[in-house]
Design a protein around this ligand. Structure first.
Ligand SMILES: [Fe+2]
Length: 228
């Protein structure tokens, strides 16, 4: 019952996220505005690992810790890391290494990163809140963002999903494929078995709702700076 309620609530937030003016107007961005957004978004991507490190320190749930460790380690497979894959994609798009390395995060990007770390603050039903918010902010909505970015890569630069070594694979492996609480193989769905076992009362369901709404707000905050 709680899981179905959360699934409906979460789907509503995903729709809200996808209706953010940045995404609805993405086609009107100039080439340099689009590239600038991608260079700023790299800082959000780089914050993934410290966020997961802090969450691992914060939560008590053993299976939750194991999953977060696994997702963190996937960032650094043998050979090129996911962060290097991101730079490879940015260069393929035509952004120079100098631009990537010399651009500083804007005040708004820094604030957006702080909002993501704020999701980890100690509070009631701490484990549930952290797990649902990371699932939302760092997996599920990442795939939603990349669905828009991949469409632009195709129409602007003729770069297809299979030509992208960062955005393409992350879109495929992060996205929500199963309803909330139903186990699956994507990163978002891998949280589900753990969450289904611990969200077993009204107060926990309410806590989860509060956390995923905050996670969605934190993720949208980054895009506010690019709305004209
Ligand atoms: Fe992921």
């Amino acid at each position: 019952m709680y899981l179905e309620e959360l699934d409906r609530y979460e789907n509503g937030l995903i729709e809200k996220f996808r209706s953010h003016p940045f995404f609805t107007n993405i086609k009107t961005l100039s080439d340099s505005e689009f590239k600038n957004m991608l260079v700023q978004k790299r800082f959000i991507s780089l914050s993934f690992t410290p966020l997961y490190d802090c969450a691992i320190d914060a939560i008590e749930d053993k299976e939750g810790k194991t999953l977060l460790r696994q997702l963190l380690r996937e960032e650094y497979p043998k050979g090129q890391s996911h962060r290097e894959n991101l730079v490879t994609d940015l260069i393929k798009i035509g952004i120079t290494k100098k631009e990537i390395l010399e651009t500083e995060p804007t005040k708004e990007t820094i604030e957006a990163i702080k909002s993501l770390f704020a999701l980890l603050k100690f509070q009631d039903f701490h484990d549930i809140k952290i797990l649902v918010s990371l699932r939302m902010a760092e997996e599920l909505l990442v795939a939603e963002e990349y669905s828009f970015i991949l469409a632009e890569l195709k129409s602007r630069y003729n770069i297809h999903i299979n030509d992208s070594i960062f955005y393409g694979p992350h879109y495929m492996h992060d996205r929500k494929q199963k309803p909330f609480g139903v186990s699956g193989e994507s990163h978002a769905d891998k949280f589900n078995k753990i969450l289904a076992a611990i969200i077993n009362m009204e107060e926990k369901c309410a806590a989860a709702k509060h956390a995923i709404a905050a996670a969605c707000e934190a993720r949208m905050k980054f895009f506010d700076q690019f709305v004209k």
